[in-house]
Write a new protein. Structure first.
Length: 225
């Protein structure tokens, strides 16, 4: 039975009962009762319509169409699936000199003395020296992960790598002026997308000679093919 026919049948049946009942009412009560029923019938109609539109309990929800990857993307996906939860890259050591810290401070206009005044830091800082900005450490991630090195590209078959950002950032230990740091990347997740692959990595920034890392981040990039 069509939805319209169902409403018509139910409406005719209800109208007959309502008509017989209203004959026993006074005119004033009958007028009030009629307005009440009109509003109630409208609400009931929309309620029944919503119920009819709901899928049956046993109906399976529609399944999304599987993503078809290009051959080069599929090959890389298969390769990376075998590397989940393993270190896929360890960068070279990068020196964080006082000059580099000062240059970053000038660009970002963050010239706090804990970063740029070695004499005051030696006298007043608990670290007894200047320390790098946390955002300087993050800014060095493209270099430390070889993301900007065309000769050391970690994903050479991808036409373009897009940085989606960081899901999580922590700075367990400060980077002191003169420290060397490097990034160690562990593959966490690989997901097919329409344009290629989405790759999630946990990146630890190590400090040479220090047990605790300078930063731990979860990086998300997209590889377009």
């Amino acid at each position: 039975m069509k939805v319209a026919d169902l409403f018509k049948h139910r409406s005719e049946h209800d109208s007959k009962q309502q008509s017989e009942f209203m004959q026993w009412m006074s005119p004033a009560v009958r007028e009030y009762w009629g307005e009440f029923l009109n509003k109630a019938n409208t609400r009931l109609m929309f309620t029944r319509l919503r119920e009819l539109q709901q899928p049956a309990v046993n109906d399976e929800p529609p399944q999304p169409k599987p993503i078809e990857l290009k051959p080069e993307a599929q090959a890389l996906f298969d390769e990376l699936q075998g590397k989940l939860d393993t270190v896929i890259h360890t960068g070279d050591w990068v020196s964080v000199s006082q000059e580099r810290i000062n240059q970053f401070g000038q660009v970002t206009e963050d010239m706090q003395w804990i970063h740029t005044d070695p004499e005051r830091a030696a006298a007043e800082s608990p670290f007894k020296t200047t320390i790098a900005h946390g955002f300087l450490t993050l800014a060095l991630l493209p270099k430390m992960t070889d993301s900007v090195d065309p000769e050391g590209n970690l994903f050479p078959t991808a036409k373009m790598v897009v940085n989606l950002g960081l899901n999580q950032v922590r700075f367990p230990y400060p980077v002191k002026a003169g420290n060397n740091i490097r990034a160690v990347s562990t593959l966490s997740k690989v997901t097919p997308i329409k344009k290629g692959l989405e790759v999630e990595r946990e990146i630890k920034v190590e400090i040479e000679g220090v047990r605790r890392p300078a930063a731990v981040v979860v990086s998300v990039i997209q590889l377009h093919f």
